[in-house]
Design a protein around this ligand. Structure first.
Ligand SMILES: Cc1cc2nc3c(=O)[nH]c(=O)nc-3n(C[C@H](O)[C@H](O)[C@H](O)COP(=O)(O)O)c2cc1C
Length: 442
């Protein structure tokens, strides 16, 4: 019997998954090279990886992994994560970043966080990640993993449990899978508790050997991530988690090689980046998320020590090419309870813009991501418009300097998973849509 053959790529079966689904590639502009296509819908090349557009799903903890430390599935991604991240991958984003994935068990924010510390490729953590990655790829999306260690903010219950007690956070003890005696930070003791002591545990100070082991843990998780097929790695250095705690002179009062002057405080970033670069392909992008300021500039707590501020971030940003970091994801805050955020429209986007402008003035090309309160297609478009032009001509060509090379969005994707498809419509950009959704979208 003869078979009917279709030349249309729409009939192509997606690779890497054991069932049929057409190989979707939603969110790619029909005509990315056209001058009428906004930069938002033009590809972004980072090393050997090309994002089909500049919309990135920001990392979002879902507190939905197994918490029982005796279960082989502790910390593993499940069908829930395929449904959640996979749905976003189907709906046309350029890159999906997973939630923070802990490189050590005590680096989880809550017992229900994801992790990638189990060894080998037969572990549930590895297999769970690989399934999520394979599904994202089948939908034409690139996927990044955010590697993290929560440091002194670890071992708390999931936010919805805390809110049942009208609190933003509640300590997790052993009865719910927590690890009170193994919450760690650059500096230890009661005075280093993040926020009030009924919400967080007092950290114990890490030894120098333990810091070195954490660096190796980041590299081990990165190596496994590569084996699982992830396209991009992001180091979580923001929001008062362990790496941020090391960066800040307020939370890092160590006297060894990881504390003291700027060089010593950023050592953990340099070592983590170098250790990751050693085990990932040269063509794989490496991203770093930081808090551009911890909003302590005018606070007493930083009067003696100084704080991690915008100048510190700019100084760090200038070193990123030497560290093998390609993209700086600019967030802010989260390291100290006395933080005083001065919010105004786009306050965090402006931080990204200032860093980008400074590093470009220095002739550097490290890519910058902007995040925070982005909800509208037009504002996302304006943030990156012109960013793909030759750097020197950017401002001249587009009339204003772009604030970033890509936008990251979190909460809007919880409200509107098909944001990219809707944004394309609003901006008049013709893009491909997922085949199965076409009747609802076209
Ligand atoms: C539910 C939720 C979970 C989050 N988890 C993470 C995380 O795992 N890692 C991280 O770096 N930021 C995390 N964030 C912060 C977001 O990535 C983002 O920076 C922040 O929500 C601001 O962006 P938005 O205004 O688009 O939501 C989380 C935010 C939300 C809403």
């Amino acid at each position: 019997m003869g078979s009917i053959s279709f030349s249309s790529p729409s009939m192509n079966k997606a690779e890497g998954i054991p069932y049929f689904t057409p190989a979707n590639n939603a969110g790619a502009a029909a005509n990315p090279e056209s001058p009428d296509t906004p930069t938002l819908f033009r590809p972004l090349q980072i090393r050997n990886v090309t994002l089909k557009n500049r919309v990135i799903v920001a990392p979002m903890c879902m507190y939905s992994a197994e918490s029982d430390p005796t279960s082989p599935a502790v910390g593993a991604f499940t069908d829930y994560h395929i449904a959640h991240l996979g749905h976003l991958a189907t709906k046309g984003v350029g890159l999906v970043i997973t939630e923070a994935v802990a490189v050590q068990p005590n680096g989880r924010i809550s017992p229900n966080d994801a992790g990638l510390w189990q060894e080998g490729t037969e572990s549930e953590q590895f297999k769970g990640l690989r399934r999520v990655v394979n599904f994202a790829h089948s939908q034409g999306a690139k996927i990044a993993i955010q590697l993290a260690h929560a440091g002194r903010k670890a071992s708390t219950v999931s936010p919805w449990l805390a809110s049942q007690r009208n609190k933003r956070s509640v300590k997790a003890d052993e009865s719910v899978g927590g690890w009170p005696s193994n919450v760690v930070g650059p500096s230890g003791g009661e005075e280093h508790i993040w926020a009030s002591d009924d919400q967080f545990w007092a950290p114990r100070e890490l030894t120098t050997d333990e810091v070195e082991e954490i660096v190796r843990a980041f590299a081990r998780s990165a190596e496994l991530s590569v084996k699982a097929g992830v396209d991009v790695i992001e180091i979580h250095g923001a929001h008062g988690y362990l790496i941020h705690q090391f960066l800040s002179p307020v939370t890092n009062q160590r006297t060894d090689k990881y504390g003291g002057n700027f060089e010593n405080r950023i050592r953990i970033v340099s070592e983590v980046a170098a250790a990751i670069r050693d085990v990932i392909p040269t063509g794989m992008p490496l991203l770093l998320r930081i808090s551009a300021t911890e909003w302590l500039e005018k606070q007493n707590v930083a009067a003696q020590t100084g704080s991690w501020d915008l100048d510190s971030s700019i100084e760090l940003a200038k070193r990123l090419p030497d560290l093998g970091i390609d993209f700086l994801d600019v967030s802010s805050g989260g390291n100290h309870k006395d933080q005083r955020i001065e919010p105004h429209t786009n306050y965090q986007i402006d931080l990204a813009g200032q860093i980008r402008s400074k590093i470009h003035a220095d002739g550097q090309k490290t890519l910058v991501g902007a995040v925070g309160f982005i909800t509208e297609a037009e504002s996302a478009r304006d943030i990156v418009q012109g960013a793909e032009e030759a750097h020197a001509n950017e401002a001249m060509l587009s009339g204003q300097e772009p604030k970033a090379d890509a936008v990251l969005m979190a909460r809007q994707f919880l409200r509107e998973p098909e944001w990219v498809l809707n944004a394309a419509k609003k901006l008049g950009v013709k893009i491909s849509v997922p085949f199965q959704f076409a009747r609802g979208l076209l």
